[in-house]
Design a protein around this ligand. Structure first.
Ligand code: AMP
Length: 293
């Protein structure tokens, strides 16, 4: 098939096994076309689509993967309850002229002889999500590097909504010497500020409104930046968050590179990260409190 066909006709090509997708990608590798990868776990929403749109602007061909990766779930209930909406996902991807979708099975991604990659993610996997989801980032690093090796993209797009994940993926690519550029994409939010998330599908109308306290708390942190110390700002943000029905798991103000908590000084790119339960549903979000210039 000529290389330009997929791009021009924008027919969504669907693959489930590694051999077929690699065969389809070979002409693109051979002609040095830019391949963009957008890894997802499905239940797609406009947040995912914003990654796809940016990838389409910057790449010759875009591959979206849909794979609910079991190794990044430390809670089997969470894995079982993760929304799966494949027909709607495919319709959405077609509507956005996505070129290729890869929907492998667990056995395809992790065959019997699969060996975990060797990366040292400490200390960045020992804070925030790392504390509350043991093994999560090891799972993320494995699945992402597996897709990098299968697809061989030049660019891979990740949402800043999963701020710690972006840092971990960058470090994984660096340690494994994978020639891929990690492109972080801004968080897309609902009109009340709630970050779009596949998990929002499990929230009632009332909960969707209540969950906006996460965004309001992060915005409050932005107002406090430079007016007081990060430590004091954090206490004030926690007090502000307390007057609501969500249960706070963690809230931290961190250095954007090391992810270490900041106490006394603000640095460029200082970011507040939060995780909270709205009923049964665990939500995460973050916001840059100080511009990173
Ligand atoms: P997930 O399917 O939740 O694993 O997400 C797949 C990708 O979409 C990840 O890189 C997420 O960070 C990104 N993403 C999820 N929600 C949003 C959002 N609201 N805005 C931008 N990117 C997002």
């Amino acid at each position: 098939m000529p290389v330009c066909d997929i791009k021009e006709h924008s027919i969504l090509e669907r693959f489930e096994d590694i051999n077929s997708i690699r065969k389809a990608l070979k002409p693109f590798w051979d002609s040095k076309k830019i391949i963009g990868l957008v890894p997802t776990m499905g239940a797609l929403h406009e947040g995912h689509i914003s990654l796809l749109k940016q990838a389409k602007q910057e790449c010759d061909v875009v591959v979206v993967t849909i794979f609910v990766n079991p190794t990044q779930f430390n809670n089997s209930g969470d894995l079982d309850n993760y929304p799966r909406t494949i027909d709607e996902d495919l319709a959405l991807l077609r509507g956005e002229n996505c070129d290729i979708v890869f929907i492998p099975s667990v056995e395809e991604v992790y065959p019997k002889d699969y060996e975990n990659i060797k990366v040292d993610l400490s200390p960045m996997d020992e804070v925030m999500e790392g504390v509350h989801r043991p093994g999560h980032f090891e799972g993320v690093a494995n699945v992402v590097s597996r897709f990098f090796k299968i697809i061989e993209p030049q660019k891979a797009y990740f949402g800043r909504k999963d701020f710690q994940q972006v840092t971990v993926v960058e470090e994984t690519a660096r340690q494994l010497n994978l020639p891929v550029e990690i492109v972080p994409v801004e968080t897309l939010r609902a009109s009340n500020g709630l970050a779009l998330s596949s998990r929002n599908k499990r929230l009632s109308g009332d909960e969707l409104e209540k969950a906006s306290i996460i965004y309001r708390t992060l915005n409050y942190g932005k107002e406090l930046a430079h007016q007081t110390s990060p430590k004091d700002a954090l206490e004030k943000m926690k007090a502000y968050f307390e007057n609501n029905s969500l249960e706070l798991e963690y809230l931290d103000i961190v250095d954007p590179n090391s992810l270490e908590s900041l106490n006394q000084y603000w640095v460029p790119g200082t970011t507040a990260c939060i995780a909270a339960f709205c009923g049964e549903v665990r939500l995460i979000d973050n916001m840059e409190l100080v511009p990173n210039d």
